[in-house]
Design a protein. Sequence first.
Length: 129
Amino acid sequence: MITFNDITDAVCRELNTTPGDIFITGSGARKRGLVIARQMIAYFCKGQKATLHEIGRYIGRNHVTVLKGLEAFNNDLQTDKRLRDITERVRTALADVEAQGRRRDEMAEEAFYEQGVEVSGSNLKYQRQ
């Protein structure tokens, strides 16, 4: 499962910035690079089925700003090859994070199995042998 923090980390690495820069408020918050970073974070959070309100709370903006930012970002993706390339690199990084999480889950499940613990969905049952 990809978290908002995973998304922020991937975007920050790709854009060579920090969360502190991205989530700044005041006059510096409107710098084009920071706006694009927030829009990209919102884009990937929306892809994880987050609501506009949840995204807005996370990035410190209201849901209308998030909606307008997503519209602008999607329009920019259509015309800006560099932005598409960056977005694809972030998507690949997030796929790697998700795969690592699945591998960790599988390893944990295997360790539980070896200890006689049955893993079924989110339920754990101890089986005496």
